[in-house]
Design a protein around this ligand. Structure first.
Ligand SMILES: NC(=O)c1ccc[n+]([C@@H]2O[C@H](COP(=O)([O-])OP(=O)(O)OC[C@H]3O[C@@H](n4cnc5c(N)ncnc54)[C@H](O)[C@@H]3O)[C@@H](O)[C@H]2O)c1
Length: 252
């Protein structure tokens, strides 16, 4: 089946039921892509798909836990069957860790955070890369974090896992560039998503983040998603292997 939308592109987004993933899926569809909207929380993914359809777009909803290899493989296969191929993938699903210094963190907590953020991204790429290659090329964008580029105090597992996501991104960028597949990472700074709001509830975390960000505020999910969508698009056709900060100037 071919796409009925103007760009003729199709792809999938993980963790698309909330925050940055939802905003990316909606914007990709608004720009004409057919989108497979996946999340471990299927009802949330269905809400995103409904938002896409209300805007005139097309979306397929699948429940996908990114550490479930069968579910990830099926999501790629179903996208190819439904839309005729895979042109892009946004590997956005991830989670924060309990904030603790390293000597207080259990191995279980370290492994939980690494398993989802790094292992899940690995599994998605494992099935997306051959599908993109067989389409003749395409783009992967992994949503890492500024914690993939430098330390966040009391977040050793998250920072290690997100550095791992950046490492996976760079290695795949080099290995798959000859086959026409671009692989990049977006590294958001603190972004006002439902996930962040939950962590910040009852604390002064948001005011503290605003105070230490040169632009004086946190990002919206749409701002983080915009960089993601751009890296998926042909406008970024000569860009591969980068880890792009979207952080209001924090890295500077
Ligand atoms: N919000 C921030 O400040 C911030 C900053 C840097 C990086 N990030 C990264 O951005 C990404 C999205 O974060 P967000 O703030 O939008 O989060 P969010 O909590 O608002 O949304 C995350 C979505 O991912 C889904 N999810 C969680 N585990 C999953 C799994 N195993 N399989 C499939 N889906 C799963 C959740 O159900 C949820 O819908 C994450 O990778 C996060 O680490 C966020």
């Amino acid at each position: 089946m071919t796409s009925r939308y103007r760009l003729g592109k199709a792809g999938l987004v993980t963790g698309a039921g909330s925050g940055i993933g939802r905003a990316a899926a909606i914007e990709l569809a608004r720009q004409g892509a057919d989108v497979t909207v996946t999340d471990i929380d299927e009802p949330s993914a269905a809400v995103t798909a409904e938002m896409i359809r209300k805007g005139g777009g097309e979306a397929l909803v699948l429940r996908v836990d990114i550490v479930d290899e069968d579910a990830v493989r099926t999501a790629v296969e179903r996208t190819v069957e439904t839309y005729g191929g895979l042109d892009f993938a946004v590997n956005n699903a991830g989670l924060d860790s309990h904030h603790q210094q390293l000597d207080r963190m259990s191995l279980e907590e370290f492994e939980r955070v690494a398993h989802v953020n790094m292992g899940g991204t690995f599994l998605c790429m494992k099935y997306e890369l051959p599908a993109l290659e067989s389409r003749g090329g395409g783009a992967i964008v992994n949503v890492a974090s500024n914690g993939g580029l430098y330390a966040i105090p009391t977040a050793p597992a998250y920072v290690a896992a997100k550095h791992g996501v950046v490492g996976l991104t760079k290695t795949a960028a080099v290995d798959y560039a000859p086959r026409g597949v671009r692989v990049n990472a977006v590294c958001p700074g603190p972004t006002r998503t439902p996930g962040f709001e939950r962590v910040a509830a009852g604390t002064d975390l948001i005011a503290m983040q605003e105070a230490i960000t040169p632009l004086g505020r946190m990002a919206t999910p749409e701002e983080a998603a915009a960089a993601t969508v751009w890296l998926c698009s042909d406008a970024a056709s000569y860009i591969t292997g980068i880890a792009l900060s979207v952080d209001g100037g924090r890295r500077a």
